[in-house]
Design a protein around this ligand. Structure first.
Ligand SMILES: [Zn+2]
Length: 268
């Protein structure tokens, strides 16, 4: 009792202080909780917005606006000509290609490409040019031989083996990948320029092909400035068949095949 009567005031003060302190703690706790919930809420709203925009993108992709003038309708039966092959997309091992030999050469192409190729070459000859097909379909064995040769060439130039291999991949397709393996591509040079080098781009044949190959369904497959997408250095002599519609679309929009795949949503 003595204690009570003498200590009431300091005790009360102490209790008041403790209660006040606890109250502040509780208030602080709720304040921070509220803030966290608000932030989580905002994040959810942001996420929802993102999801909506992705869906909208997909929707636009699936149904191109009919008045955009950009819509390209690809039929299932023409997809054979649009097969993508590059280092990360090898040609299926069991692919069955019906070949047709190109007259006056040792080269062959997929028989479905033969007609358009002959028409294109005939038109060039008609105009006084001298196009020569120096490479068409390649077996995996032939590809391996060319690939090893290219690596050796870089090693002979003094590059370490690993580096030589990386450099070779930009010059020739790795075995079992690439257009020649499909029989859908040809290398063309000219009677006046018997070399597969960038100089071909400035020959009458090189200039004409760049401009008109798409009218026959061919694209300049390894274009300058597209090396990062195709993985292959500029090759003004290498033409790949993709069909007239797709070739003209790619030329008009400046797309390489990899970009066309993205543009048309063709990646599986
Ligand atoms: Zn080629």
């Amino acid at each position: 009792m003595k204690k009570n009567s003498r200590g009431t005031s300091p005790h009360r003060t102490r209790h008041l202080m403790i209660y006040t302190f606890l109250l502040i703690l509780v208030l602080l706790y709720f304040a921070s909780r509220q803030q966290r919930l608000t932030m989580e809420g905002q994040q959810k709203v942001e996420d929802a917005k993102k999801q909506v925009s992705v869906l909208e993108l997909k929707k636009t992709k699936e149904k191109p606006s009919p008045d955009s003038g950009d819509a390209l309708v690809l039929e299932q039966e023409e997809m054979w000509s649009l097969i993508l092959t590059n280092e990360s997309h090898p040609v299926p091992e069991n692919i069955n290609i019906q070949l047709k030999k190109i007259d006056g050469t040792e080269e062959s192409v997929d028989e479905r490409v033969y007609g358009p190729l002959m028409k294109m070459l005939a038109e060039m000859r008609q105009q006084g040019m001298d196009p020569i097909v120096c490479s068409g379909y390649r077996t995996k064995e032939k590809q391996t031989e060319l690939y090893q040769q290219q690596i050796q060439e870089f090693i002979d130039q003094g590059h370490p083996e690993k580096e030589a291999e990386e450099l070779a991949k930009k010059e020739v397709s790795v075995p079992q990948s690439g257009e020649h393996r499909l029989g859908l591509a040809v290398d063309i040079y000219s009677g006046g320029h018997l070399a597969l080098d960038v100089g071909f781009a400035d020959t009458p044949e090189g200039i004409w092909l760049r401009e008109h190959a798409s009218d026959y369904g061919f694209i300049l497959r390894y274009e300058q400035g597209k090396e990062n997408q195709t993985g292959i250095n500029y090759e003004p002599w290498h033409f790949r068949y993709v069909g007239v519609k797709a070739a003209q679309y790619m030329k008009e929009h400046g797309l390489c095949l990899e970009e066309f795949y993205l543009d048309q949503g063709l990646y599986g």
